[in-house]
Design a protein around this ligand. Structure first.
Ligand SMILES: Nc1ncnc2c1ncn2[C@@H]1O[C@H](COP(=O)(O)OP(=O)(O)O)[C@@H](O)[C@H]1O
Ligand SMILES: N[C@@H](CCC(=O)OP(=O)(O)O)C(=O)O
Length: 269
């Protein structure tokens, strides 16, 4: 099965959508909505995978820090997801775009029938010119929040699963850092950006560390897992800084930005 050439999945993490005080980063939401809308106007189909439900919920509920109790995390996600969709609806609306929410659990793609329904929903939304906004259904399932034996792992993996499902040509993972370095730049100031990786082997895996901020989860390890799945399905995966969403313009034109994990020659598994 071939990839849809003008289809792109964009993933944005919590550390881009909130600031160091744990507040919503309104400029990030607005900027992201502007660029995604503009890219769609240029003839591309965009799917947005957005984290941030728990962190935004924690802030809205006035909690001092991310709770450790699972019910409270799931409650925070319910509140935060609602606020995130309100913000996306408002900002995308400013650029004349309609969005639709899709909340997923791993079980939704494990069953063939559900998977087919989901694919049809994505395709129909995209045909209608709607931008799907996706997150894991955190309030229902805690696979992403906590489970170790998990398919989605975190939203990095979810974005790769979605990219495979919709047969996107590219997956763009917006992080709080410019790309994949030869070591964690927060711990090693001499770290160097790697602009292209053709094979994700053990050597590459050893370079990836965990999350850099208290808001992010997974760090580069989960981005590598996501890139492994996407590239094995022929999907070029780009990790770059969410502070500069306008990098999407260069990415859709195939210009080098951040780190490119090159998709293998369209073998669909
Ligand atoms: N080899 C590496 N290259 C770049 N960043 C790395 C590397 N190893 C670990 N990291 C850490 O991964 C972090 C990004 O992931 P994360 O904290 O999960 O944020 P988000 O999911 O919001 O992008 C970076 O801020 C950095 O500290
Ligand atoms: N589904 C969770 C996201 C967890 C997650 O993967 O966060 P991130 O590492 O910021 O992409 C939420 O919306 O809070």
């Amino acid at each position: 099965m071939s990839l849809v050439q003008n289809r792109i999945v964009v993933k944005v993490g919590t550390s881009t959508l909130t600031n160091d005080l744990g507040q919503v980063n309104l400029r990030s939401f607005d900027h992201l909505a502007l660029v995604c809308s503009d890219i769609q106007n240029m003839g591309y189909e965009v799917v947005l995978v957005s984290s941030g439900a728990i962190a935004v919920g924690v802030n809205k509920l006035g909690l001092k820090s991310k709770p450790s109790s699972m019910p409270l995390k799931q409650a925070a996600a319910a509140v935060g997801q609602c606020k995130n969709m309100f913000l996306y609806d408002k900002f995308f609306g400013d650029y004349d775009k309609t969005i639709g929410q899709i909340l997923l659990n791993a079980s939704d793609i494990e069953q063939e029938e559900k998977k087919e329904n989901l694919t049809n929903t994505f395709n129909t939304l995209l045909e209608l010119g709607i931008i799907p906004v996706v997150n894991e259904n955190d309030s229902v399932s805690y696979t992403e929040i906590e489970s170790k034996d998990r398919l989605f792992g975190d939203n990095d993996m979810l974005s790769a699963v979605v990219a495979v499902l919709v047969r996107a040509k590219k997956l763009v993972i917006f992080s709080d850092i410019d790309g994949f370095y030869d070591k964690d730049p927060r711990l090693h100031p001499d770290a160097k950006l790697i602009s292209r990786i053709d094979t994700i082997n053990e050597e590459v895996q050893k370079l990836a560390g965990g999350a850099g901020s208290r808001r992010g989860t997974g760090g580069m390890r989960t981005k590598l897992e996501a890139a492994s799945l996407a590239t094995a399905n022929g999907i070029d995966t780009i990790v770059t800084n969410g502070k500069n969403p306008e990098n999407l313009y260069d990415i859709v034109h195939g210009k080098p930005v951040g780190t490119l994990f090159k998709g293998s020659t369209e073998i669909f598994v």
